[in-house]
Write a protein that binds this ligand. Structure first.
Ligand code: ZN
Ligand code: ZN
Ligand code: ZN
Length: 239
C-alpha cells in the first residue's frame, strides 16, 4: 500500500489569504504551502481518494494525474468535498463511499452529477480494490464525521478525519495499533477547539492508540513549517 498526502492544510489552506503572520509570510516567500487535507491510497493498481478537497485539480496534477477508482468522504465540510466536480471531463466520476448520512449529503450537494453512491455502515468492514476499509465515528460537532481504518492484509493505516479528542471508545479500539496513523491537529498547544484536536492532543492520541508511526495533518497556519511529527504535502509512505 502506498499513501500520498495530497494536502495537509485546514479549510483555509496555508498561507491563509491576506494573512501577514510569520508562518504565512515565510510560506509565501518560499513557496511552501499546505493544500486542503486529502489522502491518495494506491494498492495493486487500485487508486482510492480520501476526501475531494477544493484543491483537487492541482493535487491530481501534482501527483501525475492518477485515475481515481473510488472516493471516500469523511464528512460534509467544504474543505473535504468541494473539489468533486473537478473530475468533470477528466474521467468518469468515481463511485462515492462513506457513512450513509455523509453519502446522502453528497448526493444532495452534487445533485447535478451522475455518480454511484455506496453508503457503508460504520464499524462494518467493506472491501475496495483489495483493501479492507472500516469507518469509525469521531467527534466533530455538529457534522457527522467518520475516521477510517485501511487494511491490506499486512499493514493497517488509520485516519481520524476532523475531530476533537473525545472520540468514541469503539473508534479508538478500531484505530488501535496502526502501522501508520494520521491525526487532525489544527492548532498549536494551548488552543482548545471544540471541533478539532490541537497539537499535543493529537500527539497524545497517537500514543494512546499505540501508533507505530504517525503524522499530523489538517494543520492551520498557526502550526510552524518545521514542527515535529507534521505531514507535508507530497509526502509518500510505502508500507
Ligand atoms: Zn476540515
Ligand atoms: Zn498566517
Ligand atoms: Zn470538518
Amino acid at each position: 500500500m502506498k499513501i500520498t498526502l495530497l494536502g495537509t492544510g485546514d479549510t483555509t489552506g496555508t498561507p491563509l489569504v491576506g494573512c501577514t503572520c510569520p508562518i504565512c509570510t515565510e510560506g509565501a516567500a518560499s513557496g511552501r504551502e499546505r493544500l486542503r487535507t486529502s489522502l491518495l491510497v494506491e494498492h495493486e493498481g487500485f487508486t482510492l481518494l480520501i476526501d475531494t478537497s477544493p484543491d483537487l485539480r492541482r493535487q491530481l496534477l501534482q501527483t501525475g494525474s492518477p485515475h481515481i477508482d473510488a472516493v471516500i468522504w469523511t464528512h460534509g465540510h467544504y474543505d473535504h468535498f468541494a473539489g468533486f466536480n473537478d473530475f468533470y471531463r477528466v474521467q468518469r466520476y468515481p463511485p462515492g463511499y462513506g457513512a450513509p448520512v455523509v453519502v446522502e449529503y453528497m448526493q444532495n450537494q452534487f445533485h447535478f452529477i451522475r455518480f454511484t453512491a455506496h453508503p457503508q455502515e460504520p464499524y462494518v468492514p467493506f472491501t475496495l480494490g483489495g483493501l479492507t476499509i472500516t469507518l469509525g465515528e469521531v467527534n466533530h460537532p455538529p457534522a457527522p464525521t467518520f475516521g477510517l481504518l485501511i487494511e491490506d492484509g499486512e499493514t493497517r493505516v488509520g485516519y481520524t478525519a476532523d475531530t476533537n479528542p473525545d472520540i468514541p471508545q469503539r473508534t479508538k479500539d478500531l484505530l488501535d495499533g496502526c502501522d501508520l496513523f494520521f491525526a487532525d491537529a489544527l492548532f498549536p498547544n494551548g488552543i482548545v477547539h471544540p471541533k478539532h484536536m490541537n497539537y499535543s492532543e493529537a500527539v497524545s492520541l497517537a500514543g494512546e492508540l499505540h501508533a507505530k508511526d504517525f503524522r499530523l495533518v489538517h494543520l492551520s497556519h498557526k502550526i510552524g513549517w518545521d514542527a515535529p511529527h507534521i505531514g507535508y504535502d507530497g509526502d509518500t509512505f510505502v508500507l
